[in-house]
Design a protein around this ligand. Sequence first.
Ligand SMILES: Cc1ncc(COP(=O)(O)O)c(C=O)c1O
Length: 341
Amino acid sequence: MEKKNIDWANLGFSYVETDKRYVSNYKDGAWDEGELTSDANVVINECAGVLQYAQTCFEGLKAYTTEDGHIVTFRPDLNASRLADSARRLEMPAFPEERFLEAIDQVVAANAAYVPPYGSGATLYIRPYIFGTNAVIGVKPADEYQFRVFVTPVGPYFKGGIKPLTICVSDFDRAAPRGTGHIKAGLNYAMSLHAIMTAHANGFDENMYLDPATRTKVEETGGANFLFVTKDNKVVTPKSSSILPSITRRSLIYVAKEYLGLEAEEREVSFDEVKDFAECGLCGTAAVISPVGKIVDHGKEICLPSGMEEMGPVTKKLYETLTGIQMGHIKAPEGWIRRIV
Ligand SMILES: Cc1ncc(COP(=O)(O)O)c(C=O)c1O
């Protein structure tokens, strides 16, 4: 199969239309059999549930080429179950998890020419989502839905090398206790846009959100979970029922314990203890881990000892081990890598 003529190393993170996408529609209480289509446009009623009341949820994962030339995805079963959890919380029908996996395999295989080659640092980003399609004017769930998966090639996350981020403690809240912070609902991202634009306007890369009830505990950023390393090399990630259960974070905790022999714990993290950590990173599908060098709380700076030039040593080991597992240099735990081609 011949690859598309794309400058993989210089791709950014923006939408590039590819050849095929998967569509299945839900009507009269059942999902239809679904199919691949070349049509990149969605035509829905002006009063569709997604347009009026934001009834939509999504996932994000990647396909990439391993060292031995296979195209694979990383733990897509966890995206399938997280999308089903998101759908149920928004009163939408869950898409069957086994069919989710098959749909992704089909779309990736049909767009194999867009999967960046091994070593390019680029990947194929996969976006599955479900949205309410029929007209609803009273506030209630739609009766009809579409499950759709498209893919788009994206460039290497750390173009020009890894540079630690500077983040700020946000004055905005991301997710209420007992709200929707633990699911991947479009509405969580709509309301984060003003907060991230404000952070950028003030010269910060990202927001650190605190728990809205007490504003004393660390939650997450708009698109990644936190990972901290203590001065005695223990990995700590915040536990909260209102953060998204990051697949990368869960994988890193396993890697820390089972591959690196480190202690790792998921527990509440108070903002007061952040100044005592040795390293901080943001974990998610996009970057695996982005190191944080500085956290600014209304003018008060916390400078992580790992500094503004490079990843901290434990963060780096975690990053190298997990990306090694993904790329096929390091043996993966059973069931983590799904081979498509
Ligand atoms: C709010 C939020 N937290 C965390 C993550 C990281 O999750 P994952 O590791 O599953 O990509 C994401 C990205 O999907 C996110 O949007």
